[in-house]
Design a protein around this ligand. Structure first.
Ligand code: FAD
Ligand code: UDP
Length: 388
């Protein structure tokens, strides 16, 4: 064993941190975590901005939500959560509409006063042939079936175009099923039972998860750099490894590259207390090049006293295809990607003493709660047996 620890975890994101926490809670083993970045937390990492007092989510807005009791109880062991409820508005054709599409959106769009029943009938009419598709095969079919063509064209088509730059007929229907459609005025963005933001910030929450003498962390090291002690060549086959980096990169892209999207952020500061009046403003039209803008202060109204009343910070999000070297954010998951991933998955299963997990390691569009859930399960099913 070239390292002092019983297990090495590659990636200090939520998958890595949850498995580290579970190992030290249920065994007497020691864990060493490495990450190529200079901080823990993976994509959920955040930091406090001195000028405005905002908590900036460095890799894009992160809102915690889940319907899984076990996950909710688990996360509450390490942090209090605020009573934040996520709401999003979208700008279309010079007007601001509530999202996700609800009766308020529908009535504003059609300048009408439809009741829920009337609105349902209208949407079904407007969905036309798409209303009769039992199992929509792609995002285009699913979107039109859910809200009919006019609303789809206004709120989904161009936004999805900016977000994915892939023909909606080549995108999985599941991407759009993430969003509820409601025939009432409820504009909660998520449909989950529990929702909230870590009261002292994401990073503090995640630090608390790995507050153990038996967990050590080295930042700024690349698993694929053979000149450092925690490299793939030195560890694999000698010590159990939990790998949460990109699965295709692990195999040196031998079977081909899985496709991802990444996001570039442009920071804009305003000498105003509040620029949007909401934390997230989407831009549904093609003439605004970014998909959405995030005003971080507004995620934490409970911190108003500590925030600067004269300054606010906004991040505009620009989505594009990820090249090698970019941060892979969203798996694109076309049929070709799925076939390729299936092949990598088979090779991953044959790796000696390596567990692949997380968004990158299993090429999955997971939210935080799903990553936490899969990590709790992976601990039981894969990690524990490896340690015995
Ligand atoms: P990651 O957080 O990506 O962690 C993997 C870690 O591995 C990284 O820290 C990386 O640096 C490290 N690593 C990779 N390669 C190497 C290497 N060669 N050597 C060493 N270390 C390496 N979820 C929600 O629940 N709500 C949201 O609102 C939400 N919004 C999101 C918005 C954006 C823009 C993105 C991209 C994601 C969002 N998510 C959201 C999803 C959430 O970020 C993930 O579910 C979760 O953070 C994934 O955890 P993970 O451990 O699987 O991966
Ligand atoms: N979407 C859209 N218009 C919007 C918001 C979302 O078309 O105003 C579509 C888009 O395809 C997006 C998907 O719905 O990728 C899921 O949206 P969500 O807000 O969950 O995306 P994420 O937070 O993962 O970027």
């Amino acid at each position: 064993n070239p390292v002092e620890a019983d297990v090495v975890i590659v990636g200090a994101g939520l998958f890595g941190l949850v498995t580290a926490q579970q190992i030290t809670e249920h065994t007497d083993k020691t864990v060493h975590i490495i990450d190529i970045r200079d901080h823990i937390g993976g994509n959920a990492y955040s930091y406090f901005d001195k000028e405005t007092g905002a908590e900036i989510h460095k890799y894009g807005a992160h809102l915690f939500h889940t319907s899984n009791d076990r996950v909710w109880e688990y996360v509450n062991r390490f942090s209090k959560f605020t009573n934040y409820v996520h709401r999003v508005y979208t700008t279309h054709d010079g007007e601001v509409f509530p999202l996700p599409v609800n009766l308020g959106t529908i009535n504003q769009f059609f300048h009408a006063a439809y009741t829920p029943e009337e609105a349902k009938r209208l949407i079904e009419q407007q969905a036309g042939e798409f209303a009769h598709i039992e199992e929509p095969q792609n995002l285009d079919e699913q979107g039109k079936k859910l809200i009919g063509e006019p609303l789809y064209n206004a709120f989904i088509r161009n936004y999805t175009g900016k977000q994915w730059q892939t023909d909606p007929s080549d995108l999985p229907a599941s991407i759009i099923r993430r969003l509820p459609v409601r025939f009432n005025y409820d504009n909660r963005y998520f449909k989950d039972t529990y929702e909230g933001l870590p009261a002292d910030g994401y990073t503090r929450w995640m630090e608390n998860m790995i507050d153990s003498d038996r967990i050590t962390v080295t930042l700024g090291v690349d698993f694929f750099d053979e000149n450092q002690p925690y490299s793939k060549g030195k560890l694999v086959g000698t010590v159990p490894v939990i790998y949460t980096g990109p699965v295709d990169k692990y195999f040196n892209y031998e079977l081909g590259e899985l496709k991802w999207r990444t996001v570039d952020f442009k920071e804009v500061r305003y000498d105003e207390e509040d620029h949007f009046g909401v934390p997230v403003m989407n831009y549904a039209d093609a003439d605004v090049p970014y998909t959405r803008a995030i005003e971080f202060k507004n995620f934490n109204p409970e911190r108003r006293e500590q925030q600067n009343p004269r300054k606010t910070v906004v991040w505009e999000e620009y989505s594009r295809f990820a090249e090698r070297g970019d941060e892979p954010y969203y798996p694109i998951n076309t049929d070709a990607d799925k076939e390729l991933y299936a092949q990598y998955k088979e090779r991953a299963a044959a790796e000696p003493q390596v567990v692949f997990g997380g968004r990158l390691g299993t090429y999955a569009y997971y939210d935080m709660h799903q990553v936490i859930n899969t990590a709790l399960i992976a601990y039981e099913k894969q990690v524990k047996p490896l340690l015995q």
